[in-house]
Write a protein that binds this ligand. Structure first.
Ligand code: AMP
Length: 396
């Protein structure tokens, strides 16, 4: 059975076609600059990356390019569209309604649309992908897998903010959490790798990419996570501030005359690693500059790791222990020095990594020292595989 997994941004469409018998990716690619020509398709054929200009004025046109490439590309992987049994879509915000992945119908679309104001950058893009897919493949099952679902069973005392209850009652202002599909995948994979049932384990998962979040996973459930009402809360990220005193945005508006939109941009697009370093949101640039003696870059790394450390401590406390610590996503998978800085001086909590074992990029490997009470693992995330599996489960 073949399943297509689609992940849409406002101007991009990423896809992977899975053969579910072997859980193998048989084709993948990305279309960028949708709606602002020239648009480009980047895809791989026999392990070799290819890039070509395509016509993609909107998501439907982009989706048609994907199907055409699968059917008639340099190395066609399907001979008819009937071979695609379902399309699984990544949707960022499922709100309180979607605690599980779901098959998409008109009612589901209307519900996702209701969450647009909670994720104005992400949900409309996901919907554009769903509508494009329904238009091009009208007879194929479509499913939605939500970034928020894995966190949807957090206890009320963890997901509420201490503001007047009417804001939760009337406007659903609460913590939702994001990156759930990634946290779910690496936590379950960690349980497999340490050879114990997840129901018995206390796991902290650190998703450190351009967006960063951390979760406490107890008995297989996310019981707390660092992102909140929006993906702005929590860790320091590429361009997002993460946690800060809520009086700061008020100060910026009242005393320095910034508008709400400007403050939104400052906290989401100009802060984090970019704000501190004053030159880049990309950890690779920051680390290179730090090595060359740039003090702002060094500070950005220190602040980034310090915040993660604080959350690991807090999550160990709320779970009354820790069995496995996992690093994933761009930085977590590829930056040994960041992993080392986070885990440095954590032997009180039973965390000790082996610098030799830790010296690699992008593999699934244990990095804890042999006498570390906590097992520390690097596990490359695979959100697409979760979406494909959930889709296969739903349509069967
Ligand atoms: P992501 O959002 O998961 O793609 O992660 C992006 C972040 O990972 C950026 O800060 C990159 O600097 C960092 N990173 C470090 N090494 C790599 C790598 N080899 N490939 C991709 N991202 C990397």
């Amino acid at each position: 059975m073949k399943i297509l997994v689609v992940n849409c941004g406002s101007s991009s469409l990423k896809y992977q076609l899975f053969d579910m018998e072997k859980e193998e990716v048989i084709a993948k690619g990305i279309i960028e600059r949708i709606g602002t020509p020239p648009s480009y398709l980047t895809y791989s054929v026999n392990g070799e990356k290819k890039r070509k200009e395509v016509s993609a004025g909107n998501h439907t046109e982009a989706f048609k390019v994907v199907i055409d490439t699968l059917l008639n590309g340099v190395n066609p992987v399907i001979s008819s569209i009937e071979e695609i049994k379902a399309v699984g879509h990544r949707v960022v915000h499922g709100g309180e309604k979607f605690k599980e992945p779901t098959i998409i119908d008109d009612e589901v679309i209307a519900e996702i649309e209701k969450n647009n104001e909670l994720a104005p950058l992400h949900n409309p893009a996901g919907l554009a992908g769903i509508r494009a897919s329904m238009e091009v493949l009208p007879n194929v099952h479509q499913t939605a897998v939500f970034d928020t679902s894995f966190h949807s069973n957090m206890p009320k005392y963890a997901y509420l903010y201490a503001i007047p209850m009417r804001f939760y009652r009337d406007y659903r202002i609460r913590r939702y959490g994001f990156h759930g599909t990634s946290h779910y995948y690496v936590a379950n994979r960690a349980a497999q790798l340490v050879g114990r049932p997840i129901e018995e384990l206390k796991i902290v998962t650190c998703h450190l990419g351009n967006g960063c979040s951390i979760s406490a996973v107890k008995g297989g459930r996310s019981i707390d996570t660092s992102m909140g009402f929006t993906p702005l809360e929590g860790l320091i990220m590429g361009t997002r501030s993460g946690d800060l005193d809520p009086a700061i945005p008020l100060y910026l508006m009242r005393n320095l005359n910034y508008t709400a939109e400007e403050v939104d941009d400052i906290l989401n697009k100009e802060s984090g690693l970019l704000g501190i370093s004053e030159f880049s949101n990309d950890m690779r640039d920051i680390m290179k500059a730090a090595e060359e003696g740039n003090q702002n870059a060094k500070l950005a790394m220190e602040m980034f790791c310090y915040r993660i450390k604080k959350y690991i401590g807090a999550y160990t406390a709320i779970m009354n222990g820790l069995d496995v610590l996992v690093f994933t996503a761009g930085i977590g998978e590829n930056e040994p020095e960041i992993r080392e800085m986070v885990c440095d001086d954590m032997d009180y909590l039973g965390i000790k990594i082996d610098p030799q074992k830790n010296n690699f990029k992008g593999q699934e490997k244990e990095i804890s020292a042999s006498d570390s009470k906590v097992k520390v693992w690097v596990i490359p995330t695979n959100e697409e595989l979760v979406i494909a599996r959930e889709t296969a489960r739903l349509i069967s």
